[in-house]
Write a protein of this length. Structure first.
Length: 144
């Protein structure tokens, strides 16, 4: 699996770059590679870069994080933190990706919210494995 992150609107040249890199990885490893492009850009691109004869194996899987934003899930996690209930790995993963699920103009506020929640999670020991949110803890200290 090859994960790529795209924070700009996808264009043909981006997909060509990802395709070339995928082919390079396949040649280097001798194994099939699936490319997943995770888009943090909030507007879905309509790109038609592949012609009909091209194999579907070269086409990447494109996921837009904005499709996964769930306010109810976010509020449920906040409620669990307020009530000092342990969080699952899925909930931590959701929190870590949450700022990228919002529109760019709201992203900074969401980053602040999530960083505050992560601090609470750490202080209240609501999740056992810090490695999943350690990068956010580092980011918090840079804000201060």
């Amino acid at each position: 699996m090859n994960f790529e992150f795209q924070d700009k609107k996808l264009k043909k040249e981006h997909l060509k770059k990802y395709r070339n890199y995928k082919v390079h990885l396949q040649c280097q490893s001798g194994k099939p590679v699936v490319t997943v492009i995770i888009c943090t850009y909030h507007i879905k691109s309509r790109i038609y870069v592949y012609d009909e004869t091209e194999t579907s194996l070269l086409k990447p899987i494109i996921e837009y994080l904005t499709d996964y934003y769930d306010e109810v899930k976010y509020l449920t996690i906040k409620n669990k933190i307020n009530n000092e209930l342990k969080l699952s790995l899925r909930e931590i993963q959701f929190l870590v990706l949450l700022p990228f699920m919002t529109r760019k103009k709201f992203r900074l506020n969401k980053v602040r919210d999530v960083c505050n929640l992560i601090e609470e999670i750490k202080d209240k020991k609501l999740f056992d494995d810090e490695k999943y949110y350690l990068p956010l803890i580092s980011a918090i200290h840079q804000w201060q």
